[in-house]
Design a protein around this ligand. Sequence first.
Ligand SMILES: [Zn+2]
Length: 103
Amino acid sequence: MAPKAPAPAFVATVASVRRLGIGTLSVWCRRKRSGNYPCSHGSTVPVKPFPDDTPLAAMARRLRCVECGARRQVDPDWRELAPPAPLTNFVGEALPTRNNQGR
Ligand SMILES: [Zn+2]
């Protein structure tokens, strides 16, 4: 029996982000600045204007941080999948919101 060919490497594209139900990319700068502090400048980019076959790595190569000029990292904006965490006070009690104030 011939050995199986290795599966092709997964390449994250705009289409794979859309399949997750995510419409926004999270773009972050990971360069270390003086004092070993990360730059961490970030923004979001909508996926809507980009073709399905656009690799996220290709987008990352073309994006530059406006703060330090480094290349950026592009990921799906995972926050779109997570429900918002309720705001709590210092002892973990939920803070009143419009929905639970009883008004
Ligand atoms: Zn930066």
